[in-house]
Write a protein that binds this ligand. Structure first.
Ligand code: SF4
Length: 449
């Protein structure tokens, strides 16, 4: 019989499977981009450009980014991005039509770049890669301090359809405690400038689980965000906890403190979810909520990205149907800096050095995982059509366990595999249960650097 102890709710955020910590240097000879992409469908690609710079390091952040950019580093980075884009576009070839269906600039903080640099980034996407930015959904991440009128004007003029701002908390004390010091007035004026652009979708990121955050203060952040009627809201659980005093407590006390933190985050999650559902939003995934009267503009969620992703920049992933790849990966600031430096010096982007092959079994897992974590669920017929087998036959133990834990919606229409509200709440505990033994082993063996 399977273990029916409810797992911890916050194990890891599965925004892409397999995780980058399961990528490895590929053996020589490294595959060439042109060979990799030769037989791939190229008529609905996604472009993602990664800008790994931020003005400050947020306390909770474990993304691939560095603080500041000395000595014209952003110029050199864009030069490298330009070289990489040229090489990638050549590798895609012209034997079959190449068309991009979506584009996104993420980070880091893309608006760390100046207005002129953002123009150049758009030029690279358009002129080198051939993306028609004004014709496809273009999403750009920004921050309160860098969402200046001149930068936003460039983005809006070049075709941005979605601006996503990391506010995290409207409560200044909370921002100081766990996030980054910021003045509420500055956040509000950044939001005003974003709305002034007329870009159709505003997304606001908020975080729950901050030290000292209460349901009341959480509600005040939610309400402050709602004042702007954002088309989308992402509610993120805090993962990196302030270590105050924790180093000195016994393992048993630490275990209890962790449980209490889990319970607090679950409580705040439920509160936030219910508050948004009561204020005209629908739930798209554990983190994502969309205003019900907002016009849909493209892929719902980053997690929905399937094959056919072209990543530019040193922290970006690319996906073909068989290989997921990127550059080297690190979490330590010194290592991140040296990877960025190596990227800016690189002249040859024609081969893939770090990645993970995705075989048929992993493709099934990925499909199940990424569809199940969407609130709308997974049509079983779509899975069967794609893989020629049933998810219940492919993952009998996992699905039986999810059912026994009450994570599957017993009232879902026939043919739809959908999480229950509780299953959705446990997305970050459920997701890792679908990782293959190989991916788990690779992630466990990854040595952080
Ligand atoms: S702005 Fe975003 S990417 Fe930069 S440190 Fe903060 S959370 Fe991380």
């Amino acid at each position: 019989m399977s273990d029916l102890t409810t797992p911890r709710p916050y194990r890891s955020y599965v925004y892409a499977y397999p995780h980058k910590t399961a990528y490895r240097p590929l053996p020589d000879p490294a595959p060439s981009l042109s060979a990799l992409w030769r037989d791939e469908p190229k008529d609905a690609l996604s472009l993602y450009a990664h800008i790994p710079f931020c003005e400050v390091r947020c306390g909770f952040c474990n993304l691939f980014t560095r603080i500041g950019a000395p000595d014209e580093l952003t110029t050199r980075y864009l030069d490298a991005l330009d070289r990489q884009a040229t090489t990638v576009r050549e590798a895609l070839g012209d034997a079959a039509p190449v068309r991009f269906a979506t584009a996104a600039f993420g980070g880091g903080t893309p608006t760390f770049l100046t207005a002129d640099e953002l123009s150049r980034l758009c030029d690279i996407a358009e002129k080198r890669m051939g993306v028609d930015l004004r014709a496809v959904p273009l999403s750009v991440e920004t921050s309160p301090a860098t969402a200046t009128a001149d930068r936003l004007a460039v983005l809006s003029e070049r075709g941005a359809t979605r601006l996503s701002i990391g506010v995290q908390s409207f409560v200044e004390a909370e921002a100081r405690a766990a996030v980054r010091p910021q003045r509420r007035a500055d956040v509000e004026s950044a939001l005003g400038r974003i709305r002034d652009t007329g870009v159709p979708v505003l997304n606001i990121d908020l975080i729950y689980g901050i030290d000292g955050q209460t349901e009341r203060s959480w509600r005040s952040s939610l309400d402050a965000a709602l004042t702007w009627r954002p088309e989308e809201l992402y509610l993120y659980p805090l993962y990196v906890r302030p270590l105050t005093g924790l180093g000195r407590i016994s393992p048993a006390d630490r275990e209890r403190a962790d449980r209490e933190w889990d319970e607090r985050r679950l409580r705040l999650y439920r509160y936030g979810r219910d508050h948004l559902l009561a204020h005209g939003y629908e739930q798209v995934s554990m983190r994502m909520f969309r205003r019900t009267d907002a016009a849909p503009l493209g892929p719902d969620d980053y997690a929905c990205q399937t094959d056919g992703m072209i990543g530019l920049g040193c922290g970006a992933r690319s996906y073909t149907s068989a290989l997921h790849y990127s550059f080297d990966y690190a979490v330590d600031m010194r290592e991140i800096r040296s990877i960025i430096d190596a990227y800016t010096e690189s002249e040859d982007f024609s081969r893939v050095e770090v990645g993970r092959w995705v075989d048929a079994e992993e493709a099934r897992r990925r499909h199940l995982l990424q569809s199940l974590l969407q609130a709308e669920g997974m049509p079983v017929a779509g899975y069967e059509e794609r893989f020629g087998s049933s998810p219940f036959a492919d993952f009998p133990a996992e699905l039986a366990r999810f059912e026994a834990l009450g994570w599957l919606d017993a009232d879902a229409p026939a043919g739809l595999l959908r999480l229950s509200p509780e299953g959705l709440a446990y997305s970050d505990g459920l997701g890792p249960e679908l990782f293959s033994p190989d991916v788990r082993a690779a992630m466990a063996a990854y040595e952080p650097k």
